[in-house]
Design a protein around this ligand. Structure first.
Ligand code: ATP
Ligand code: MG
Length: 420
């Protein structure tokens, strides 16, 4: 149980397959103590979006209540993740000069943030879209050396911003569903950027890197160039499509397909003996059901190739023909499908690694798993946002946090140019 006076932060990752609640506190040393967690299977989400609010409400309530039981009190207002193919992103010449609390607590795009975002906010509202997030696109642009290299926190740096807009109805449905479960929302954050925050290094961002969070319902991409986010996209293809292909291709129910995928699946089929079989029974005690392993892997391979092609096409259509030298970092539950990283490396002609939330922040072992990248990233976001705001208000003359301050330690790295 947490001390009543401690400042607690919370994140809520409403995924297509699971809802994760994390509550943590930040130590002055820069590490994070996770003080409560909640996990529930997700029902009612499709491709990263709410399709059955009532079912999603129950999943959220179950996850949050689990965290509240170990916490001994209500979870603080959460930073919740948002994704889905309704999102549109673009780069703007307008700088962002407010710390990004993304959406105010009432979920409405307010005048202050509208002004800060310039024409982007007003335009997007006019066409039924809402600014979900805007992040600065350059850091250290003025040579002051104290900017934030994550690109997550606003500071007037004059080199433009990356603006993500979402369909008003989809965003409002997510917010109202979370609130209907009795949970206060501090702000929303893009799931791709949250995952990036948990798994990418600042060196990778500087070199240029592509993050792909392949979950159950969507493959969320964030491309970084010269240290800043440059493109974000959500492709509605992920783990559940792999499972559906296995179910259809082997003529077995979806739960059996999911099980056989997790137990035996791989994209490597060439060297598998055509006679080898594995058991695709739907659960313990169910009737044995042998299926050919080569067929299983071939189905997974074909879907993986299809997904990687979609990723490359999406990047190419946005001007990114060659993968930057930081390569591709895969995360999300589906990133761990054996052989997938090889296919991505083949098609992207680049280095590929599987990214998990880094343990440098003192995270428990079980959260150092690709499935939890978004959840951990959202929590980091909540903590750092507060730290950045605190340091800014403590030093109002400075437009950004001081080098060497609490914020810098939480970043887990020295800000660019610090000490120069
Ligand atoms: N070892 C594995 N091999 C293949 N697939 C896996 C493996 N482990 C997990 N998965 C898949 O990962 C998916 C869940 O990933 P994750 O928890 O990141 O999704 P999510 O956050 O709920 O969904 P989304 O972010 O897309 O809304 C499931 O489809 C599951 O089958
Ligand atoms: Mg996810």
């Amino acid at each position: 149980m947490a001390n009543a006076r401690e400042q607690l932060y919370a994140s809520l990752d409403v995924g297509t397959t699971k809802v994760v609640t994390l509550v943590g506190k930040a130590n002055p040393s820069g590490s994070i103590d996770i003080v409560a967690t909640g996990y529930a299977p997700s029902v009612g989400m499709r491709k990263g979006m709410v399709v059955s609010p009532e079912a999603v409400r129950e999943s959220i309530a179950s996850s949050v209540q689990q965290a509240e039981r170990s916490l001994g009190r209500k979870v603080p207002p959460v930073v919740a993740g948002v994704t889905g193919s309704h999102l549109k992103s673009r780069n703007s010449d307008d700088p962002v000069n407010v710390p990004m609390s993304v959406l105010p607590a009432n979920g409405r795009f307010n005048e202050a943030s509208g002004n800060a975002l310039g024409s982007a906010g007003r335009l997007s509202d006019a066409v039924g879209m809402r600014v979900v997030q805007a992040v600065p696109r350059s850091y250290n642009a003025n040579g002051s050396g104290d900017a934030d290299s994550s690109g997550m926190f606003g500071k007037s740096i004059g080199h433009g911003s990356h603006i993500v807009m979402g369909d008003v109805v989809s965003v409002d449905t997510l917010l109202s569903t979370i609130r209907s479960a009795g949970v206060s929302v501090h702000s929303l954050a893009l799931e791709h950027l949250a995952s990036s925050e948990a798994v990418l290094t600042s060196e990778e961002r500087l070199m240029g890197v592509i993050l792909a969070d392949i979950g159950g319902g969507s493959c969320d991409i964030a491309a970084y160039r010269e240290g800043s986010v440059w493109h974000t996209a959500s492709i509605p293809v992920a783990g559940q499509h792999f499972t559906n292909d296995v179910a259809a291709g082997l003529g077995i129910p979806p739960n059996a397909a999911e099980r056989v995928k997790l137990l035996y699946g791989s994209t490597r089929f060439e060297r598998v003996d055509a006679k080898e079989t594995v058991d695709a029974q739907s659960g313990a005690g169910a009737q044995a059901r042998p299926v050919h392993r080569k067929t299983l892997n071939r189905l997974l391979h074909d879907r993986a190739v299809e997904l990687v092609r979609l990723m490359m096409q999406r990047l190419a259509s946005n001007g990114l023909i060659r993968i930057p030298s930081g390569g591709i970092v895969l995360t999300g539950g589906s990133a761990t499908l054996p052989g997938l990283a090889e296919i991505v490396a083949d098609y992207g002609k680049c280095q590929v690694r599987i990214g998990v939330p880094s343990s440098v922040w003192g995270l428990p072992e079980e959260l150092a798993n690709a499935t939890y990248s978004t959840s951990v990233g959202l929590l980091l976001w909540a903590i750092r946002q507060n730290a950045a705001a605190g340091e800014r208000s403590a030093h109002p003359a400075a437009a950004a946090p001081r080098s060497g301050g609490w914020f810098s330690r939480l970043m887990g790295r020295q800000p660019a140019g610090a000490g120069v």
